[in-house]
Design a protein around this ligand. Structure first.
Ligand code: VG1
Ligand code: CO
Length: 544
C-alpha cells in the first residue's frame, strides 16, 4: 500500500456554517474538494497520531464514496483507529454517544442534515470534538483558515474497505473497525428511560404511535428501539430504510415536509402519538392526535416533567435555548428556580454549558431537543422522553400541553422561512434592519411599543468567547418578540428566517391559530423589514 502526497490548491468557500460544511453534492465531487476539507480538519485539530476517530453518515448520496476517501486519508495521516458505522451509517446523536463512550479524539459526520439529498441535492461534513459535540467556532475557524492555504493532502492507495461486515481490518497501520450502528446508542437510551413502562404503554392495546423516518438515518434506530425492543407493532415505523435521495423529499420533520405523517395524525382514526426525524436523526417533530407540539413548547414540557423520567429524576441543573426559541422554557426554569441560558443558533453553543454542568436540557425552535447525555440534539431521545412522560401521566399529548399552558401561560410562536432568495437582497435587508436598530426603541407600532432592539451578541459564560451578529431582535414591552436572521445551513442563495413570539397568560385565549394570534406582529415585521419589497416574495416558503 502506497502513501501518496497529492498537490492541491485551495477552494475559497470551505467555511463551515451553522453546522458543518454544506454544499451541493456536485461541489463535493469536484476533484480534491472533499480531500482538501478533510486534510484541513486533520491539520488543525491537534495531534491525531494513534488516536481514535468515529466516522459515519446519514446514508445520503456520496456517503459511501466519501467514507472510503476519508478512511484512506485517515490511514495516511497516522490515525490509530477508526470506528465506522456499518454500511457507513451513523446518526448524528449516535456518533456523539460513541465518541463519548469510547473516549475518541473526535468524529466526522457526513450529512447535510435536513437538506435534500441525491446527485442534485446536498452533501455535508461536520467535525465533532472529544466531548462528542460540534466543533466550537475557534476550531471551525482554524479549519477554514487551513483550507485557504492548503497545498497538499495525504492519502493511502488501497482497495476499498468492506463496510458491511462487522469487525476489524487494517489500512496500513490504522485499524478500521466496522461497528453496529445502533447498539451503543440503544444501550444509552435504555439507561435513561423506563423501557418497561414504555413497553407497557405501547403494548396495552389502546395507545398507538406512528413514526416517520422520512427515508433517512433514524430508520434503523427506530425499527430497533420502537418495534424490536419496545414492542410496537411492525409497521409502526414508516419510511425506515435510509435511501440515498430520501425518496426525493426533504428529510425535514415539520408540518410541510413531513405531510405524510401529518395526514395520518390529523386523519380518521388517528393514532395517539406521531413523530418524525430529519436526515441525520437529530431533529424531532412531536404530534398528538390532531395536535402539533411546537418545538419550543416541547422543550418546556420536557423540562417541566423531567423528574418523571429515570435519567432526570434528580432534577435539572439548568436549561438552555437558542435565542430565537420561544421563552416558554424560561417560565418553567423560573418556577423550578434554575437558570435558563440563551445562546446563538446552533448546537455548538450548548457544549460548554453542558460540559460545565450548567445546563441539563437544551433546545432549539428548529425541532431540536437534547440533554447532557450527549453533545448533540437527539431526535429519538426526545420521542422516548415524551413516551416516558405519557406512560407515567396516562394523558393525551394535547391534555399535557394544554395543562402546561394553563400553568405557565402560552407562548404563541411561529417561524416564517423565505427559502432560496437572492443573496444580495437578503444581505441588504439585514443591513438595512441593522441600521434601523438604534432608532426603534420607544417607537409605537399599533398596540406594541418597542422595548429593545439589537443584533444578538453572546458571551459564553464558560470560556468568555464572544459571538456577534447572531440575529436581529426587536422586543416589545408586553414580552412579544420578532427575530430576523439569515440561515447558515442553506446552499442555494439565502434563506431568511423570521421568528415571531407573543405571550398569552389567559387560558381563555389559548385556542387561537398561531398565525392569527401573531397577525399584528406579522404586519409589524413587514412594516419594519419590508420583506415583500426587498425580496420580491409575497409570502414565506415554509411556515411552522
Ligand atoms: C438551522 C436551524 C438551527 C440548527 C441548524 C442545524 O440553522 O435554524 O437551529 O441548529 O439548522 O440543524 P440555520 O442557520 O439554517 O437557521 V441540523 O438538524 O441541520 O444539523
Ligand atoms: Co439534523
Amino acid at each position: 500500500m502506497n502513501m501518496r502526497k497529492v498537490s492541491t490548491t485551495p477552494f475559497p468557500d470551505q467555511k463551515p456554517g451553522t453546522s458543518g460544511l454544506r454544499k451541493a453534492v456536485k461541489a463535493f465531487q469536484q476533484p480534491h474538494y472533499l480531500e482538501n476539507f478533510i486534510q484541513s480538519i486533520f491539520g488543525s485539530v491537534g495531534d491525531l497520531g494513534g488516536q481514535t476517530l468515529v466516522l459515519g453518515g446519514d446514508g445520503r448520496y456520496y456517503n459511501r464514496q466519501a467514507i472510503q476517501i476519508i478512511l484512506k486519508m485517515a490511514a495516511a495521516n497516522g490515525i490509530g483507529r477508526i470506528k465506522v458505522g456499518q454500511g457507513g451509517i451513523l446518526s448524528t446523536p449516535a456518533t456523539s454517544a460513541i465518541i463519548r463512550k469510547y473516549q475518541a479524539f473526535g468524529g466526522i459526520i457526513l450529512s447535510a442534515s435536513h437538506n435534500p439529498g441525491g446527485p442534485n441535492g446536498d452533501f455535508g461534513v461536520k467535525y465533532n470534538i472529544n466531548n462528542g459535540g460540534p466543533a466550537p467556532e475557534k476550531v471551525t475557524e482554524a479549519i477554514y483558515d487551513r483550507s485557504k492555504i492548503i497545498d497538499s493532502y495525504q492519502i493511502l492507495e488501497a482497495p476499498d474497505v468492506d463496510l458491511e461486515t462487522l469487525g476489524e481490518s487494517h489500512l496500513a497501520e490504522t485499524v478500521v473497525e466496522v461497528i453496529d450502528s445502533v447498539h451503543d446508542y440503544e444501550e444509552l437510551m435504555e439507561s435513561l428511560f423506563d423501557f418497561e413502562g414504555i413497553h407497557q404503554l405501547l403494548t396495552r392495546g389502546n395507545f398507538r404511535i406512528s413514526i416517520d423516518a422520512l427515508h433517512a438515518v433514524a430508520g434503523p434506530y427506530a425499527h430497533a428501539i420502537f418495534e424490536q425492543r419496545l414492542g410496537a407493532p411492525v409497521g409502526t415505523v414508516c419510511n425506515g430504510t435510509p435511501l440515498e435521495d430520501f425518496g426525493g423529499g426533504h428529510p425535514d420533520p415539520n408540518l410541510v415536509y413531513a405531510h405524510e405523517l401529518v395526514d395520518i395524525l390529523y386523519g380518521e382514526d388517528a393514532p395517539d402519538f406521531g413523530a418524525a426525524f430529519d436526515g441525520d436523526g437529530d431533529r424531532n417533530m412531536i404530534l398528538g392526535r390532531k395536535f402539533f407540539v411546537t418545538p419550543s413548547d416541547s422543550l418546556a414540557v420536557l423540562a417541566a416533567n423531567a423528574k418523571l423520567v429515570p435519567g432526570y429524576s434528580s432534577g435539572l441543573a439548568g436549561v438552555a435555548r437558542s435565542m430565537p426559541t420561544s421563552q416558554a422554557v424560561d417560565r418553567v426554569a423560573a418556577q423550578i428556580g434554575i437558570e435558563s441560558y440563551e445562546t446563538p443558533t446552533g448546537w455548538k453553543f450548548f457544549g460548554n454549558l453542558l460540559d460545565a454542568g450548567k445546563a441539563t436540557l437544551c433546545g432549539e425552535e428548529s425541532f431540536g431537543t437534547g440533554s447532557n447525555h450527549i453533545r448533540e440534539k437527539d431526535g429519538l431521545w426526545a420521542v422516548l422522553f415524551w413516551l416516558n412522560i405519557l406512560a407515567v401521566r396516562q394523558q393525551s399529548v394535547e391534555q399535557i400541553v394544554r395543562e402546561h399552558w394553563q400553568t405557565y401561560g402560552r407562548n404563541y410562536y411561529s417561524r416564517h422561512d423565505y427559502e432560496e432568495i437572492e443573496t444580495a437582497p437578503a444581505n441588504n435587508l439585514i443591513e438595512r434592519l441593522r441600521s434601523l436598530l438604534p432608532t426603534l426603541k420607544g417607537k409605537q407600532f399599533g398596540n406594541y411599543e418597542v422595548e429593545y432592539s439589537d443584533d444578538f451578541s453572546y458571551t459564553d459564560p464558560v470560556d468568555g468567547s464572544v459571538s456577534e451578529k447572531q440575529g436581529v431582535r426587536i422586543g416589545f414591552t408586553d414580552g412579544s418578540r420578532i427575530v430576523v436572521r439569515l440561515s447558515g445551513t442553506g446552499t442555494q442563495g439565502a434563506t431568511l428566517r423570521v421568528y415571531l413570539e407573543s405571550y398569552e397568560p389567559d387560558s381563555a385565549k389559548h385556542d387561537l391559530d398561531p398565525q392569527q394570534a401573531l397577525a399584528s406582529l406579522i404586519t409589524i415585521v413587514e412594516e419594519i423589514a419590508q420583506i415583500r419589497e426587498l425580496t420580491g416574495r409575497e409570502q414565506p416558503t415554509v411556515i411552522t
